[in-house]
Design a protein around this ligand. Structure first.
Ligand code: MET
Ligand SMILES: [Zn+2]
Length: 777
């Protein structure tokens, strides 16, 4: 590297890829269906990139290297896997599909990695840090090919340069890539993906050279994994990896300047290590993290600093005055003359595009929000304020202060009756009768056999259900017609469960489009958006609700459906609620009160719902908390406080239930072992978890922990259309019985059935019931 171009004064660390109207989703899904061909898809993707570049330029990101080049057709981690040709052994034949690019997958191969094919399961998907985005987990072993084999990332740079824009390519950095990987099934006993750091860094060296050749002046290497200290490898080894990787990459002769981005939290001990390497700039997340101590900042002498001060995670306007305070504090603590750029804290991929389009939203609420495009404006404003002084942005500061005051004074934001109800909560409200007493009362009331069978709640969402919901939304089906359609569906699902011989029935959740949105629409304090889509994974998007006010429950939310369902059967009907933590995790949550306050407000609303279900004669209530694991803080020291309020809110929701009411909870896609203690503290009578894919591996840990209540480790992996045989279910169940004792085991699938079709649902449930019967004494 000869000369380093200055970093732009304002930039963003990434931008949503899916398109303001989900163009990418439509384009790739049409391709998958065979409704378009590869060249059409490539053209559509290029058009989307062009539109994004033009949009960002029009919004004011006009300096060289201020527009990120971070596009990928599916996932940013998979993009690195493709770039390195680092595919799992079961997909190796896909390498070399394109003779012009030896060792690389082609377009179809890229999608096959993500989606699987025939007997070959897709690469595993898991949550990206503590966000709702899912990435594809690389599977690495001693023999995984790792090389610089494909040029998609550099091609994006060339494409932009050709139209006069110098973009800043964004790539997941080498250390995070390996920390986010898992050892493949073929790996040796002691292998850790970090063992391959040298090969990965070597490949990145070639990538950097190609980016330089393509015309990039800067490259951004995202190292979000460095802001967590909860990896399965010692911190010292991670720090050594950081030092080695960036010392080595710094020595690459032909390369752009390197910006290492520490996103989703503070870099902590990684910061001094990065400071000791030749990288040209470091990005700090000042939203999830904080301004580092002065002596660490002093070590950054000679490097540029990117200050991530506008949240890439939430949808609230930035408090501009407070942000300027932080930026000035940072600048004052840095060595004299350090260049400070203003940026978002993370990529904006977690937020929707443009709040201006939300014309149906209450204008007051809308005025408090900033989506991706508004955040670009905030970054530019703050950069101007930092460079020229507050007077230069006086109008923006005044407007922001005004909106902030309006928000604080809005009657829905602060409801005294809600605040005092939360303040009046006591420990007793979060405490049920001792388990032994509950167990006796529930056994007597429910009279269930040993190894009781149940499902997790939802039944397949058929085309008819979706049609009825859509017609109702469009006003073509009136409330009575919609109600009748849902009741007919409930009756069908109840009859099916009776025929299958299940013991605890569900109403099937036909009326729910989504397990969080359903409640958000019925509670006060939430708003929905029309266009607020964010990428969840691949082509899948969600439209999170906005939780902006104090929460109240104007009317019962589930009682009519559950009691209708109960009226159709003598078997116990399970009422079905979504827990406070999951409602929060899958919504955009207000930033003006502590999360513990919000959680307790939700807890109280759900507590009232539980009471109404009980009053309607429902004897079993399930409160789903699948998200309790995914919002676990990235740093261990922050976890106890989180678990305290999150567990507390669940207990508030369920703590009023009578001893004879059986409380269930359900967790899925979770590494159950890390939260086992917290789950134990939920004090649910029955907990269902995901366990079939891991062949019940979790059970010894559960048994060792001394988790004493009932557990339903899933015996059917509902994420796949495969029907497990009765033998297979029996075998899994036998393991569960051996580990836990027959009196504690429930028999259920891994998760809800709403994404499944009826044929495999019926066949699988039949086998599941059969397995329980075989093992009953
Ligand atoms: C993601 S957990 C899903 C739980 C919900 N009760 C269902 O069955 O769909
Ligand atoms: Zn689930």
């Amino acid at each position: 590297m000869s000369t380093t171009a200055a970093l732009p004064a304002a930039t963003i660390l990434g931008y949503p890829r899916i398109g303001a109207d989900r163009e990418l989703k439509r384009a790739v899904e049409a391709y998958w269906r065979g409704a378009s061909d590869a060249s059409t898809l490539r053209e559509q993707a290029a058009a989307l990139r062009t539109a994004t570049r033009q949009r960002l330029t029009a919004l004011g990101l006009t300096e060289a290297s201020s527009v990120p080049a971070d596009f990928t057709l599916y996932d940013q981690v998979l993009q690195v896997t493709a770039t390195l040709g680092a595919v799992p052994a079961r997909f190796r034949d896909l390498l070399g599909a394109d003779p012009t690019r030896p060792g690389a997958v082609d377009l179809d191969g890229y999608f096959t990695l993500a989606r699987g094919e025939g007997e070959r399961p897709a690469m595993e998907m898991t949550k990206w840090l503590d966000s709702n985005y899912h990435y594809l987990v690389p599977e690495i072993d001693e023999a995984t090919p790792i090389d610089y084999v494909e040029t998609t990332i550099a091609d994006q740079v060339r494409e932009a340069v050709a139209v006069g824009v110098t973009p800043r390519p964004v790539v997941v950095g080498p250390v995070s890539y390996l920390l986010l990987s898992k050892a493949s099934d073929e790996a040796g006993e002691d292998f850790h993906p970090l063992d391959r750091l040298g090969d990965v860094v070597d490949a990145y060296g070639h990538l950097l050279a190609d980016l330089q050749a393509a015309g990039a002046q800067w490259v951004q290497l995202d190292e979000p994994a460095l802001t967590s200290d909860a990896w399965d490898v010692e911190q010292g080894r991670i720090l050594a990896a950081v030092r080695d990787a960036y010392t080595w990459l710094g020595a690459v002769v032909e390369r752009p300047a390197v910006l290492v981005a520490g996103t989703y939290g503070s870099l902590g001990e990684s910061l001094p290590v990065l400071a000791s390497t030749p990288v040209e700039a470091v990005a700090l997340d000042l939203v999830a993290g904080s301004v580092p101590p002065a002596q660490e900042l002093a070590a950054l002498e000679g490097k540029a600093v990117v200050a991530g001060i506008v949240s890439g995670r939430n949808i609230w306007r930035t408090d501009l005055a407070a942000a300027l305070d932080t930026l000035e504090e940072l600048r004052a603590a840095l060595p004299e003359g350090t260049a400070v750029s203003v940026a978002t804290s993370t990529s904006l991929q977690h937020v929707p595009h443009d709040v201006e389009r939300e014309t149906a939203l209450d204008p007051a609420v809308r005025s408090w929000l900033a989506f991706a495009d508004q955040k670009v404006g905030e970054v530019l404003t703050l950069a101007r304020g930092l460079a020229q002084g507050r007077e230069a942005v006086a109008a923006e500061l005044a407007r922001d202060a005004e909106l902030r005051a309006e928000r604080a004074a809005h009657p829905g934001v602060n409801r005294p009756e809600v605040r005092s109800a939360v303040a009046a909560v006591t420990d007793a409200d979060r405490t049920r009768a001792p388990y032994a007493e509950r167990k006796a009362a529930q056994d007597e009331r429910l009279g269930l056999p040993e190894l009781p069978t149940t499902t997790i709640g939802s039944f397949p969402q058929t085309a008819e259900i979706r049609k009825a919901r859509a017609a109702h939304r469009r006003g073509e089906l009136d409330a009575a017609g919609y109600d009748a359609a849902m009741r007919a569906e409930i009756a069908r699902v109840v009859a099916l469960q009776e025929e299958l011989g299940l013991d605890v029935l569900v109403h099937g959740e036909a009326e729910r489009n989504d397990m969080v949105q359903y409640f958000a629409e019925l509670l006060d304090g939430f708003s929905a958006t029309e266009h607020g889509w964010v990428q969840s994974y691949g082509s899948r998007c969600t439209r999170p609700s906005i939780l902006w006010g104090d929460i109240t429950r104007p009317a019962p939310m589930t009682v009519a459906w559950s009691s209708y369902a109960q009226s159709l059967t003598d078997k116990p009907m399970k009422g079905m609620l979504t827990g406070p933590v999951t409602i929060m995790a899958w919504s955009f949550v207000r930033d003006d009160v502590p999360r513990a306050q919000v959680a307790d407000q939700l807890g109280l609303a759900l507590r009232a719902e539980v009471a109404d279900l009980e009053a309607a004669g429902i004897g079993v209530v399930q409160v789903d908390e699948p998200a309790i694991r995914e919002t676990l803080p990235l740093r261990r020291e922050d976890r106890p406080a989180y678990l305290e309020w999150s567990v507390g809110s669940f207990r508030l929701a369920t703590g009023g239930a009578a001893p004879a009411t059986q409380v269930h909870t359900h967790l899925c896609y979770s590494e159950f072992d890390v939260v086992i203690d917290a789950v134990d503290h939920l004090d649910a009578d029955v907990t269902s978890i995901e366990a079939s894919r891991s062949r019940m591996d979790i059970l010894p840990a559960v048994a060792a922990h001394g988790f004493e209540r009932q557990l339903g480790p899933g015996v059917w992996d509902i994420h796949s259309p495969r029907v497990p045989s009765a033998d297979e279910c029996t075998e899994l169940l036998r393991r569960a019985v051996d580990a836990l004792g027959i009196e504690r085991v429930w028999v259920n699938p891994d998760c809800g059935l709403k994404t499944r079709a009826y044929p495999e649902t019926e066949a699988s449930l039949r086998n599941l019931v059969e397995a329980a019967r075989r093992l009953r004494p």
